[in-house]
Design a protein around this ligand. Structure first.
Ligand SMILES: *Cc1c(COP(=O)(O)O)cnc(C)c1O
Length: 411
């Protein structure tokens, strides 16, 4: 028989326990894992429906919004991105898109596939979006429908000024689409205060939940406008906001697709943990661990790609020093210390390392372990590194930023 027994014996898959310090997924708290193993029930079971309502409420807290249409899309962050574009951009619509890294580039591809007319505002990788250029693009182009930008560009570790960008869009009566995949819960994301119309995130970054869900929120005003637009029918059936409102809306629970029940349990638990910790405390924790990691990395002679005031605490990109095998370092960190860190993408491939400290990965033990591992690996590979100095520098930073004292979070 052609499709008989496999030629090798396949056993249960047990992945190794890794320290995850890359661009996501981040580590997951045992509470979140255990929630995922609870009984699967029907997606219209009244008990499940009650959980959905709580999930929406918890997400509104995370996004700092009152938006009614705030829910998790069944799919990774990329699905949330696509959902915004397929519902808001029709053929011929003008969209200003800010491109300063990989994910801005993906937004551009979405616009093109929707038949929109992209107006690209380009900035260097590692620099934030230049708000003056965006303003200029609005002045030079009439009737721009949407401004799309990435709040936290994971490929470079840079934060852009979302508040100012949203204000500019508002002055020109354009909607905003904001990528908050890496920013949500790591730095302030204030959807209502900033006046963001559509914002999506991902479950596996600073929310520290299992991958595969995309929290999303649409302003009430945008929802009304979309309803009025009778001509609109999204090119995507699966991501059609109208159809999904039937399942995730306020008063209706009509079958659209089978909700990923167990993944939603884990998101519920992860968001509950965020609420228990408090958003501000979560921002502060990311900042504090960043200060220590930064002190250690700098002690090792590594330079940050991004200028200090625009750095994301949760994503630290440093340039690879000359005369060292970039890939070998990552390989040894993984093999000898079980640590995953990120490599450079696109034009930064081979040029940077990216240290993510997101969500549950953002803790002192990870920072210290990573610094110790780097020192020994560098030393072994012949670099002039004295083992112990980076941890000492990190420890000093921790001591000067006590856990109970707030420091300014990047807005
Ligand atoms: C990770 C990431 C995405 C994509 O999320 P997936 O869950 O991998 O689809 C989009 N935007 C940014 C800024 C990201 O960091």
């Amino acid at each position: 028989m052609k499709f008989g027994k496999p030629s090798r014996k396949i056993n249960t898959f047990y992945p190794p326990q890794r320290t995850l310090m890359g661009p996501g997924p981040s580590e997951i708290h045992p509470r979140v894992f255990s929630a995922m193993g609870r009984p699967t029930i029907g997606y219209l079971d009244p008990v499940f429906v009650e959980m959905m309502d709580q999930l929406k409420e918890l997400l509104r807290y995370a996004f700092q919004t009152k938006n009614s249409m705030t829910f998790p899309v069944s799919g990774p962050g990329s699905a949330g991105m696509e959902m915004c574009f397929v519902n808001m951009v029709k053929p011929g619509d003008k969209v200003i898109v800010c491109k300063n890294g990989v994910f801005g580039g993906r937004m551009l591809e979405n616009i093109e596939r929707c038949g929109g007319i992209p107006i690209v505002v380009e900035d260097q990788w590692g620099a934030p979006v230049d708000t003056d250029k965006v303003e200029k693009a609005f002045k030079q182009n009439q009737n721009v429908k949407v401004l799309a930008f990435v709040h936290a560009e994971t490929s470079t570790g840079v934060a852009s000024d979302a508040k100012t960008l949203a204000k500019i869009a508002d002055q020109y009566s354009a909607y905003t689409i904001m990528d908050a995949v890496t920013s949500l819960a790591g730095i302030p994301v204030l959807v209502d205060e900033w006046g963001i119309d559509a914002c999506y995130s991902g479950s596996q970054k600073c929310l520290s939940c299992t991958p595969g869900l995309s929290p999303i929120t649409f302003s009430d005003k945008l929802m009304e406008d979309l309803k009025k637009d009778k001509q609109r029918k999204s090119q995507s059936w699966f991501l059609d906001l109208d159809l999904l409102s039937g399942y995730w809306g306020d008063n209706t629970r009509t079958y659209h697709h089978t909700a990923p029940t167990n993944s939603l349990y884990s998101l519920h638990e992860a968001l509950l943990m965020l609420q228990e910790e408090g958003l501000e405390n979560s921002w502060f924790r990311h900042r504090r661990n960043h200060q220590a990691l930064k002190a250690g990395l700098e002690e090792l002679g590594l330079k940050f790609l991004v200028e200090e005031s625009f750095r994301l605490p949760q994503m630290n990109a440093v340039t690879v020093m000359p005369n060292i095998d970039e890939k070998e370092v990552r390989k040894r960190l993984l093999e000898e210390y079980n640590i995953e860190i990120g490599a450079g993408l696109g034009s930064l491939s081979g040029k940077i390392w990216r240290f993510g400290i997101m969500g549950y990965s953002c803790k002192m033990e990870n920072v210290m372990l990573a610094l110790c591992a780097l020192e020994t690996v560098f030393s072994d590979m012949g670099a002039d590194t004295e083992v112990g100095l980076a941890e000492a520098a990190a420890y000093k930073a921790y001591a000067s930023h006590p856990a109970n004292r707030k420091i300014e979070a990047v807005a």
